[in-house]
Write a new protein. Structure first.
Length: 61
């Protein structure tokens, strides 16, 4: 029967059990107003629209 020679430390055990290395890249969606990529459920940084409504007024320079 296989028996461990040494105790597995808490840090080593917890590193093995952690989900950190399984993270995925964030999803992006297209803005319906300007077509730029943005995070879902966030105001578009380029035009200031969210769900077809202007939330942040942008002044064009």
């Amino acid at each position: 029967m296989a028996v461990p020679k040494r105790k597995v430390s808490k840090a080593r055990r917890d590193k093995r059990r952690s989900q950190v290395w399984k993270l995925s890249a964030p999803a992006f969606s297209r803005c319906t107003n300007c077509g730029e990529l943005k995070l879902p459920h966030q105001v578009s940084g380029s035009c200031g629209y969210y769900k077809g409504k202007e939330v942040i007024a942008h002044s064009e320079a």
